[in-house]
Write a new protein. Structure first.
Length: 418
């Protein structure tokens, strides 16, 4: 065991013991902590940390930001400054005293009843339950912050937990895409990413949703979500054959939305009515879009829609791709179709999506601005994350009146980011 100021690091059990209780760390988070403990007060570049924490493994850049955030959260709010972000370079571990071995000859403090199961539950409560690979989805704008959130805003972060096999990840990615679309249409919700979570300035407490999926030895698929709710941590899981995955994803998305936003528990949402093969193809297109490969995303989405012309989420994604490519007329066509397909939705979601469609038509730019201002009056001081993307303001043709966003992004771009 090691002691760092008032924290005990249990090297055998991968745990932190502090005044608020014991927290069990995920393996990669614990590996990151070990690197920092070995070399405190040394600048660790992001490239170096990737090599030491994920040796020989290719992972998303957001994985490191996620691990840093989870470690800060496990340390506790009063110690999060021990890990200092050096913008554009890496991280410094600056505890108030150097790590020292603990005298194990003394009697160990009594542990609470429940043993490891209790500690794991507490670890989930402290480590949260997750927010998004740094990926975009059609008409979803994820806040890349840092920045402080307005009072009353519900911050939501969705993170993918690493799967053992790449082929088993698609159900969790489908769940993320479907959830992010729903959340993006709710004016009180702010979607944030892993970089926002890891930034020193990001002190607001978001709802973190950890998503994972896989296949059992018998070939059964499972989709899981772990999240913090007002009543404590929750773990959700559904299992079934591959053909049932879209229905499982749809059911989990409804449960998660209801737990995060109880006041919208009765909100109507369309069903995810698509077969598993088409859903897998859609996820490939979603990932291509996330990596800014618009040509591949457009080609894949068109192929998906030829096979499943009623897949509203794919229509919405293709609208975003076409707008990014400057093809606003085509984008308007696809978002109009998406609105017809993605029903029923609640009043606020319908209004946000209507603004998105209007904003792509220069003749309706003034109407779009008026509709957005009406939403802003009902949700004062909050960012339009959905509006940011749905309006596609930067894609409005030259000469068109660019719809005014609710207000500009808070914080200084790049300050304290990764």
């Amino acid at each position: 065991m090691l002691r760092v100021a008032d924290v005990i690091v249990d090297l055998e059990c991968r745990e932190l013991e502090r005044d608020a209780g014991t927290v069990e760390l995920q393996q990669r988070v614990f590996d990151l902590l070990l690197v920092l403990l070995r070399e405190p007060c040394v600048l660790h570049t992001r490239a170096e940390l990737f090599e030491r924490v994920w040796p020989g493994v290719v992972v998303e850049d957001a994985s490191l930001s996620q691990a840093v955030w989870l470690l800060r959260r496990a340390l506790g709010e009063e110690r999060r400054h021990w890990i200092r972000t050096v913008p554009k370079r890496g991280y410094l571990f600056e505890p108030p005293s150097p790590p020292r071995p603990v005298d194990t000859s003394r009697p160990a403090p009594a542990r609470r009843a429940g043993g490891r199961r209790h500690r794991r539950a507490l670890g989930l409560a402290v480590a949260g339950a997750a927010a998004a690979l740094l990926m975009a989805v059609a008409t979803v704008a994820v806040k890349p912050g840092p920045g402080r959130l307005e009072e009353g805003t519900v911050a939501v972060a969705m993170l993918q937990v690493e799967g053992k096999a790449a082929g088993s990840r698609w159900p969790a990615l489908l769940l993320q895409a479907w959830l992010e679309w729903k959340m993006s249409t709710l004016p009180e919700v702010e979607l944030v990413d892993a970089a926002w979570l890891a930034a020193d300035a990001a002190v607001a407490e978001p709802h973190v949703v950890l998503l994972s999926s896989g296949t059992s030895a018998s070939g059964t698929h499972y989709v899981r979500a772990r999240l913090d709710t007002r009543d404590g941590p929750r773990q959700l899981e559904l299992r079934g054959e591959e053909a049932a995955v879209p229905r499982m994803v749809d059911a989990l998305s409804r449960q998660i939305t209801g737990l995060l936003l109880p006041e919208r528990a009765t909100e109507p949402w369309p069903g995810l009515q698509v077969d598993a093969g088409i859903a897998r193809e859609y996820v490939d297109a979603w990932e291509a879009y996330a990596h800014d490969d618009m040509a591949s995303a457009a080609q894949s989405l068109e192929a998906v829609l030829r096979k499943a012309p009623g897949f509203g989420l794919a229509e919405l994604q293709l609208a975003q791709v076409r707008a990014t490519q400057g093809q606003t007329r085509l984008a308007g066509h696809h978002i109009a179709r998406a609105r017809r397909l993605l029903r029923p939705v609640g009043r606020d979601s319908e209004r946000v999506m209507a603004v998105g469609e209007m904003s792509l038509d220069p003749a309706r730019a003034t109407q779009a601005e008026a509709a957005m201002e009406e939403l802003a009056r009902e949700y004062p001081g909050r960012l339009s994350r959905a509006g940011d993307a749905l309006l596609l303001a930067r894609e409005v043709p030259a000469g068109a009146a660019a719809p005014r966003l609710w207000r500009s992004c808070p914080g200084t771009p790049g300050a304290g980011t990764d």
